[in-house]
Ligand binder design. Structure first.
Ligand code: ATP
Ligand code: MG
Length: 335
């Protein structure tokens, strides 16, 4: 993961190194802006390990069965997200000639697994996952905190994306807190998301962009609650039950950042991935998973105690966890 420091210094070292024919050297941030033709002279290049890793990964491709197993075993209570992500990634990776990069927009209530899924996806695409040189995580409030520096951020981000996709076509870019992202930043990445064969000599068609936000989380939750109140099973919620709600609340809502950015009306988002609010039973599953991850035996008394410490809503029915599974880890430290 390129988890870069805040402020203007974030576009620092690019860990991908590509040794060019004449002087051997690291592709530093400054040189990322250079024309892609430099990267295009592959006949003269000595490839770095990182580059070769990227190529071998592209050849190996995605193992859909492994991704499916990961999602089914690790991600709790998200049958829709599991279905959409599997379909999206398998289809994209099977396509030898995609016309645009894959763009996924993950929506949902706090602590329901959006970052967690991004991590699973990253690991299935690049073995080192978020630590890979080919996976880049941007957090709006951390990396783009100052409105007056938008122009600088735009330039740096474009260079970053361009440099990294030049070095590894199957790079993954994750934008967290999309609802807090300045529209100017979205504008800066828009050209990369479109149906262009190449932008200034670089093809972005094999890259993957994942956007995370809470936008629409309340509407998704309301639908889940309607199902619950009607005595219907959560697993029976289908994408078509959420589409009309989301299209009014997020896709056609002029106040929504996504709409204003033009990403939606220009059809640049390939898949909207809804995350349902988590119930008491899911929180318990998270506690058990965390205990196992710590190498401890699962103690059901502690599982119950941790789950009961969480707060649930709505006030009367207390069905959904306020923070999803988000505070499970820290709460477990107290037991
Ligand atoms: N559906 C889930 N299945 C399994 N574990 C989960 C799930 N949701 C959350 N968790 C656990 O809780 C932690 C926090 O979740 P995560 O950071 O993915 O939430 P989020 O949806 O990104 O929330 P926010 O909108 O607040 O950023 C995860 O690292 C994971 O351990
Ligand atoms: Mg998150």
């Amino acid at each position: 993961m390129h988890f870069l420091g805040g402020g203007i210094t974030w576009l620092q070292p690019l860990r991908v190194s590509l040794s060019l024919g004449s002087g051997v050297g690291r592709v530093a941030a400054g040189s990322l802006a250079e024309p892609a033709s430099r990267f295009g002279q592959l006949g003269k290049c000595r490839f770095s390990d990182a580059f070769l890793t990227c190529v071998s990964l592209s050849v190996r491709g995605l193992a859909p069965a492994a991704l499916k197993l990961d999602l089914e075993q690790k991600l709790f209570g998200q049958h829709l997200a599991t279905e959409v992500i599997l379909k999206a990634l398998t289809g994209f990776k099977n396509n030898k000639n995609p016309k645009k990069p894959l763009t996924l927009s993950l929506h949902g209530w706090a602590g329901t697994g959006k970052n967690f899924v991004s991590q699973i996806v990253a690991e299935n695409l690049h073995p080192k996952g978020l630590k890979s040189n080919f996976v880049h995580l941007f957090v709006s409030t951390l990396h783009f905190p100052h409105e007056q520096k938008i122009k600088l951020y735009q330039e740096q981000l474009q260079k970053w994306i361009r440099g990294n996709v030049s070095a590894c076509a199957s790079s993954v870019f994750i934008f967290d807190e999309m609802d807090k992202l300045h529209p100017g930043i979205i504008d800066a990445i828009k050209p990369f998301l479109d149906y262009y064969e190449q932008v200034d000599g670089v093809s972005y068609c094999k890259a993957i962009f994942i956007f995370l936000s809470n936008a629409g989380g309340d509407l998704i939750t309301k639908t889940a609650l309607d199902f619950w109140r009607a005595g219907r099973k959560r697993e029976d919620i289908q994408l078509k039950d959420l589409e009309p709600v989301l299209s009014v609340g997020v896709f056609n809502n002029k106040h929504s950042g996504l709409w204003r950015s033009g990403l939606i009306d220009r059809n640049l988002i390939d898949y909207f991935v809804p995350f349902l609010p988590l119930e008491y039973r899911h929180v318990k599953m998270c506690v058990r998973a965390e205990m196992r991850a710590r190498g401890a035996a699962v103690d059901e008394d502690i599982v119950t105690r941790v789950a009961e410490e969480m707060t649930f809503f709505p006030k009367d029915e207390k069905i959904y966890s306020d923070k999803g599974c988000k505070t499970v880890q820290s709460r477990l430290d107290f037991h």
